[in-house]
Ligand binder design. Sequence first.
Ligand code: FPP
Length: 236
Amino acid sequence: MNVPKHVAIIMDGNGRWATKRGMPRSAGHLEGSKTLEKIALHAIDMGVNVLSVYAFSTDNFKRSKEEVDYLMDLFVKMFNTKFEKINKKGIKVVISGRKNHLREDVLQAIELIEKRTEDNQAGILNICLNYGGQEEIIDGAIKLAEDIKNGLDVSAFTRDDFYKYLYHELPPIDLLIRTGGELRVSNFMLYEMSYSEFYFTNTYFPDFDKSEFNKALFMFENRDRRFGEIHDSQNH
Ligand code: FPP
C-alpha cells in the first residue's frame, strides 16, 4: 500500500457535534481530544510518519473567553497527564505555532511534552497551537532574512531549502483531511501543502474513527499524483 508519509488533519466540527447532542461546545472539544489520541496511535500503526493536527489557530483567540480558557485547560491536561499512550508508542510530540499570547502553564506543558518525547522514534505528532500558515511563512522569512544579513548566499536557494526555516522542518504534506463539512484550508500549513491531496468529509471530528481514517488512505492510494508532470501513458 502507498501510505502517505505526512498526513494533516483540520479537526473541525467539535462544536456542532456537541450542540447536536444538546451539550456545551466544550464537550465536543473533550471528545475531540480523545479522538485525536486514537487517530494518532492508529496513523502510526498504518505506517504514517508524521501526523499534523490543527488544534488552535491564531484566529481562535477571537472566540469567547470561556471557550479559549477551556481549550487551553484541555491542552495543559492532555499534555501533562493524558499523552502517556502516545509517549509509550514512541511518538515524538512537537508543537508548532507562536508562543506569544499563551499562558505560562500552557508554555510549561508544551515544553514538558516536547522534552518527554524528544527521543521517540516511531513517528511525529505535530500539534499546531496558536498557529497560522501565513504566520509560519512570515516567521521563516524573518529567520532567513537574518541569515542573509549574516552572509548566507541565496543565489541557488530552492523551495526545499525553505523547509528548514519552518517551525519543525517537517516533510511536505501528502494528504490533508478536513472533517466537519467545510471546503477550505483556513490558514493551515500553507507552505507544506502545496502538492497535497485533499480529503473532505462531513463527519464531525469527534466521530472521525479509524475506519474513516482508512477511507482517506484508500482514496489517497488511488489518486494519481503528478506534481505538475505528465505521465508517459498520457504523453502522446
Ligand atoms: C474546531 O471545531 C476545533 C477546534 C477549534 C479545537 C480542536 C481541538 C481538539 C480536537 C482538542 C485537541 C486536543 C489536544 C490535546 C491537542 P469547532 O469548534 O470550530 O467546531 P464547529 O465548527 O462545529 O463549531
